[in-house]
Every structure is written in C-alpha cells, then in structure tokens.
Write a protein that binds this ligand. Structure first.
Ligand SMILES: [Zn+2]
Length: 371
C-alpha cells in the first residue's frame, strides 16, 4: 500500500462535507475517483425516497477470474458538526481541529477500499468481480441501505468497513430494533372545576409504562421508553401524550414477544381509562447472526490471519447497514477499521489502521480466490 497516497486521499475526502442527505458534492467527487480507477459507476434513486440530494453509489470492477462477486461498502455521510473539517496529523494519528468530527466514520472505510483497489490493479492481482457500494444517510436511519436498488447488486457476500476497534475485529451479530410510537388520547377538562369530565392522557401513559417490563429483559433483549411529550398547564386535564419506545433483540422471536408485550400494556391501560391510542409499530432493522462456519466468516478469518492479525468475531448492540444487507439476503459482516471517539470532536484514526484496513480489503480479495 502507498501510505502517503492513502493518507492524502483520506484528508482530501474529509474536507468535502457530506452531512446526511447532503452527500451530492462528495458523491460526485467520489464517482470521479472511481471512474479514474476504471470502475463503472451508477447512482441509484435512494435519495429520492428519503429526501436526499443524491443516491447510493454502486461501482463495479470487472474481474479477471471467475471467483464469486463480493461487495465492499462504507457510508458517505457524516454526523454534525461535520462541515469545514480541517484534518491535522499528530504522532501518527489524524484528528480534526477540535471544532468538528473528523469524518473517519466512514471516510476511512472509503479511503481504505480505494487504496486496496489501486493496489490490486497496480500489482495485476487476480480477482473476481468486485462491487463497491457507498451509502447515503447511514447515520440516523440507515436510509441508503434500506432504499438501495438491490436489482443492481449481484454480490454473494459483503464487507462493510464501519466500526471502531482494532483491525481484525469483525461484527458477525447484531440486534433487531422495533420502534413503537404511541399517541395516547385523553379528554380535556378544567382540572379544578370539572376534572371528572376529563381523561388524563398522562395517567394513561403512566399506567402503560408502569406495567411494562423495560431495560434489560434478558441477555439478548433490551427495551426502553425514550421520549414523552404532552401537557400544557396544571389546570387542564391533559388530552394528548406522545410516547416513543424501542425494543432490541439478537433474536427476532424475542423481539416480537417483547414488542407484543409493550403493545398489550398500552392497550390495557387505554381500556382501563376508557380511551384509545394511535400506535405505530415498525421494525427499524432486523437482527443478523453469521455463524463461524459460513463461507463469509471463514473467508474473513483467513484474510485477517494472512496479515498476521488476530481475527475476533464479535457482536454489537447497535444497528448498521450490515443489518439491512443481511435482511435483504446478502450475508454481510462489519469490519473494524480502528476509528475512535466517533461522533465527537475528538474523533481520530491511526494512519497505521488506515493502512491495515486497506491491506485487509486486498487480503479478502485475494482469499476469495480460494473459495
Ligand atoms: Zn459509521
């Protein structure tokens, strides 16, 4: 790998802002980089479906062997504060100037993938067809992967470069998340003059919440009430309360049981107070588990070990594009790339980890020849 070229490209890319749903400038710049590397570039219409100003980039590199098609992916968007990023190098690490995030989440992933593609081309390495997918709007909703034009991708497995932790860590298990939004309906009345004419939506919501099992449900399952909004004055019986809940589990059946329980508590409380509630229950993302014996787990383990690193197959409590790809039938894992303190102004990444991440991408491309 050419360390200096990799670092320079990373530094150039983080200086092009790409807040979620505003990735257009960056996507145009990245498309040019991909085309100059000889890839065929296509931008899908995901942006139109989630009010973004561009779609996901799907780029293809034709293979010179018949090895299975594989995908490498990272997301283009960054969190706030993420404009006018001024990267600085100190003691082998890259930081922002302290007023913004750095954007290594996830441009370190993009830079590592690009350098690996340059490397395999410059070294005339054997490789099968390779697809690169760069998502919009991962942060705050996984909108890019949810709206990806899946008819345009052929990969049999996918590697998403988007996690902190040492290179060699691989996330092979992640939870599902259910969102429940409840609009409790009450009936307004003067709290001093005629309270018996009212129904207090705060009381109804409280009864529902108080009867729920929440927080740690079991070793695979969690649940939480996160936001309550409602009420205007103490002398009015409250007529409306909005409450937002979530539940997560590594096991889809347990997730359903927990969310059914929460809905049941809401309905019972409404019955007791002789009122109703508008409920929105939606699966935000599905759980995934990649068994150690599956081809993708074996492949990534071999690739990591070929670099003299330790493969650590592990799980996460968060959701990512990896959940969505798995949910759409493409076995996918998340690769750790060493980024640290992400989503803060102290975000940083070691140059050594950028290089190792690029090496890992090239090693996966090499190892897929042996499947
Ligand atoms: Zn990320």
């Amino acid at each position: 790998m050419q360390k200096e070229r990799l670092v320079n490209e990373f530094i150039e890319m983080v200086q092009i802002s790409s807040l979620s749903l505003k990735e257009k400038n960056f996507a145009e710049n990245l498309s040019k980089r991909l085309q100059s590397l000889g890839l065929e570039v296509f931008i899908d219409n995901a942006g139109e479906k989630c009010n973004g100003n561009t779609g996901n980039i799907i780029a293809k590199l034709k293979g010179n062997t018949s090895a299975p098609t594989i995908m490498f992916s990272a997301h283009m968007d960054t969190v706030v504060p993420g404009e006018n990023i001024k990267p600085q190098i100190r003691d082998g690490y890259i930081y922002s100037d302290g007023t913004t995030v750095l954007g290594s989440d996830d441009k370190a992933g993009i830079a590592a993938i690009l350098e690996a593609i340059r490397y395999i081309k410059e070294n005339n390495m054997k490789h099968g067809d390779i697809e690169l997918v760069f998502f919009i709007a991962e942060e705050g909703g996984l909108f890019g992967s949810k709206h990806l034009d899946y008819s345009k991708v052929e990969s049999k497995m996918a590697f998403i470069l988007d996690s902190g932790g040492p290179v060699g860590d691989v996330i092979v298990q992640g939870p599902s998340q259910m969102k429940i939004i409840a609009d409790f309906k009450g009936k307004a009345a003067h709290a001093g003059v005629a309270p018996e004419k009212g129904i207090n939506a705060i009381q109804v919501a409280s009864r529902a919440i108080n009867s729920m099992k929440l927080l740690r449900i079991d070793h695979e399952t969690t649940a939480n009430v996160g936001v309550i909004t409602g009420g205007t004055a103490t002398n009015i019986v409250t007529d409306a309360v909005n409450v937002k809940f979530e539940a997560r589990s590594l096991n889809n059946d347990k997730l359903k049981a927990q969310s059914d329980h929460m809905v049941d508590c809401i309905n019972k409380a409404c019955e007791e107070f002789n009122t109703t509630c508008d409920l929105q229950v939606s699966l935000n993302y599905p759980a995934f588990t990649i068994n150690n014996e599956t081809p993708i787990a074996k492949l990534v383990t071999r690739a990591i070990e070929s670099l003299g690193l330790t493969a650590n197959l592990t799980s996460t409590g968060g959701g990512s594009d990896t959940n969505i790809l798995n949910g759409n039938g493409i076995p996918a894992v998340t690769l750790a790339i060493g980024m640290s303190n992400v989503h803060t102004t102290a975000e940083n990444i070691a140059i050594e980890d950028l290089v190792k991440s690029a090496e890992l991408v090239a090693a996966i491309i090499q190892q897929v020849q042996n499947t």
